[in-house]
Design a protein around this ligand. Structure first.
Ligand SMILES: [Fe+2]
Length: 291
């Protein structure tokens, strides 16, 4: 289902390089009409910054993605680090570094917004939120859809800014739910769908790390996940791509495969995070199979 590649091999001391690149093959089928093959890369949680040699690692990530020769590339959010409480001028160098990686990737890169990309959402001086993500990525909106090789991709904005200690929660708000409903009306029932959300709709992370009775806080998981998934009940939701948790996991629920894609920066550029090393996902969709 995915290949992981060493990204930090050329970096200096203090940064853990990958021990053993590994790969696994899995294949799951979903019901629906047969379609063509789509090979794509899904990378998430870059947390671009200017220090620690990270631009070198990001350039290597771009080269490694290009070596896969994917049909397209999807970015899962948190492209830069710590935008949320910063002002646009403070994070401009981080966007510059990220855009260098983004532009070094061959072909189209379709970007998803993450909480760290939300520049000045809650700055210390109370300034207004900035449209930095949309401006940098040249997007009219933070949620959108596109088609590729017979697959329809829904890119969601899962970051809902709230007051209080958590600052944001994982939520698809009412206007975006309405948009999803309208888009699904225009989507054939058998058409295979890929959905991308920075904040996970389904995860085993908290059960695995905190205990089987734990679920996850509202800023870690999507609080209206069931409502969103219910919208797709009569459609062919083949694959959901998620970020945010920096751990790699694959969940198969009903007819849908959920992949939480690890992180390009692993443990925020400090080595592996719960055994997930620096890397990205190389995914092939063939008809209704996810490999
Ligand atoms: Fe992140």
């Amino acid at each position: 289902m995915f290949n992981r590649r060493t990204l930090l091999g050329g970096l200096g001391a203090g940064v853990v390089s990958l021990a053993t690149p590994w790969s696994r093959k899995l294949s799951w089928a979903a019901a629906g009409a047969a379609k063509g093959q789509l090979r794509f890369a899904f990378f998430t949680d870059v947390h671009a910054r200017t220090e620690w040699g990270t631009p070198v690692a990001m350039a290597k990530a771009a080269r490694t993605i290009n070596a896969q020769k994917p049909d397209l590339v999807i970015a899962g959010g948190d492209l830069i680090t710590d935008g949320f409480t910063s002002l646009p001028e403070q994070v401009a160098p981080r966007w510059d570094v990220y855009m260098k990686m983004h532009n070094a990737i061959d072909g189209d890169v379709h970007a998803t917004i993450g909480n760290h990309d939300l520049v000045a959402a809650n700055p210390a001086d109370g300034s207004k939120p900035s449209a930095e993500f949309r401006n940098r990525l040249k997007l009219d909106r933070t949620f959108y859809t596109f088609d590729a090789m017979g697959y329809r991709v829904f890119v969601l904005d899962s970051i809902n800014v709230i007051h209080g200690k958590l600052h944001y929660q994982g939520l698809i708000d009412l206007s975006q739910m309405e948009w999803l409903r309208e888009e699904l009306l225009k989507t054939p029932k058998e058409m295979p769908i890929v959905m991308v959300s920075h904040i996970p709709l389904l995860t085993a992370f908290y059960g695995a790390t905190r205990g089987a009775l734990e679920g996850g806080k509202p800023n870690r998981v999507m609080v209206n996940n069931r409502g969103v998934l219910n919208l797709f009940r009569d459609h062919n939701l083949l694959l959901v791509l998620q970020g945010h948790l920096h751990a790699q996991e694959i969940i198969r629920w009903r007819k849908t495969t959920f992949i939480t894609g690890g992180a390009v920066c692993a443990k925020w550029w400090r080595g592996p995070w719960y055994s997930t090393e620096e890397g990205f996902n190389a995914i092939t969709l063939k008809e209704n199979h996810v490999d």
